[in-house]
Design a protein around this ligand. Structure first.
Ligand code: SAM
Length: 272
């Protein structure tokens, strides 16, 4: 690597991604706050707002409208799902939209279940859980999903093209694919150098001190390095058949949105 650390990621095969997340599951939320200095919360809030999930309801409507079905892939401990449901309920006054939280890792899903167990969303049947590999969503019917989200998940997938093809298959025509992910490089080279020092230096160290697990956190940092650039990832989304929305308007002229100097980015695609 750039800073002389051993490339742990290369020694960790796809099957080991599962054990990485099993070992980080119980302190995942605390670690997220520590590693990102809390910024991941702002990114997630922005991600959800920019998607404007849910259906507009009117007190004058004579029939209750059918809510959306949102599929949150690599949903882990349910951070995105919670925000989606909060947004639908408080901003849209929509109490019918539901979220399927899907993850390959049963330990991460168990943390999510625990968090939802005391929420009104659970009792209202607005959240369900699905253990599945994003590359094979055979448990999800074709053209059944309104909104597919994946936050900080896709860089861990072995075959990203397969996951994109599955996203395309399960979405309804007009349905939206949305991804929030770290980028391999910041726009400003100097800031990039500082940032890489922070991520390669501090994050494995915080992992070691707080979670007694240096290797898992070093893997997480290295998986960011190996993720395609914003431009390359946009092309992968197009190659899967999606239309990139708002090029030149809402989504920015490039077809994605950079967050915080380009540390993370939001990509969207619409199924025609
Ligand atoms: N979306 C959550 C968030 O933003 O807090 C969790 C992100 S966490 C960094 C990445 C998640 O991706 C883990 O829960 C992991 O189990 C899951 N994951 C890794 N490979 C996967 C795959 N092939 N299919 C589905 N989920 C996967």
């Amino acid at each position: 690597t750039h800073f002389g650390f051993e490339t742990v990621a290369e020694n960790i095969k796809a099957s080991r991604v599962a054990s990485v997340f099993s070992s980080v599951a119980s302190n995942y939320d605390t670690m997220n706050d520590l590693m990102s200095l809390g910024i991941h919360r702002l990114w997630k809030d922005h991600f959800v707002r920019s998607l404007d999930p849910g259906i507009a309801t009117s007190p004058f409507a004579d029939q209750a409208k059918q809510g959306q079905t949102i599929l949150d892939i690599a949903g882990g401990t349910g951070d995105i799902a919670f925000r989606m449901l909060d947004y639908c309920t408080t901003v849209k006054k929509d109490t019918t939209t539901s979220v399927i939280v899907s993850d390959i890792n049963p330990d991460m899903l168990a943390e999510g279940r625990k968090r939802f167990s005391t929420s009104p969303y659970q009792s209202a049947g607005r959240v369900s859980f699905l253990e599945a590999n994003a590359e094979d969503l055979s448990a999800v019917e074709s053209s059944s999903i309104d909104l597919y989200t994946v936050a900080f998940g896709i860089r861990n997938f072995t075959h990203k093209e397969k996951a994109l093809a599955e996203a395309f298959r399960v979405l309804k025509p007009g349905g939206v694919f949305a991804c929030l992910e770290f980028t391999p490089r910041l726009r400003n080279p100097l800031m990039n150098a500082f940032y890489k020092r922070w991520s390669f230096g501090a994050i494995p160290l915080i992992g070691q001190i707080v979670a007694a697990d240096r290797d898992s956190y070093q893997y997480l940092v290295e998986s960011i390095e190996r993720f395609p650039s914003q431009e390359q990832f946009k092309t992968m989304i197009q190659d899967a058949g999606f239309i990139i929305p708002g090029q030149g308007s809402e989504g920015g002229p490039r077809g994605w949105e950079d967050l915080t100097m380009g540390i993370a980015a939001i990509h969207k695609g619409v199924k025609p």
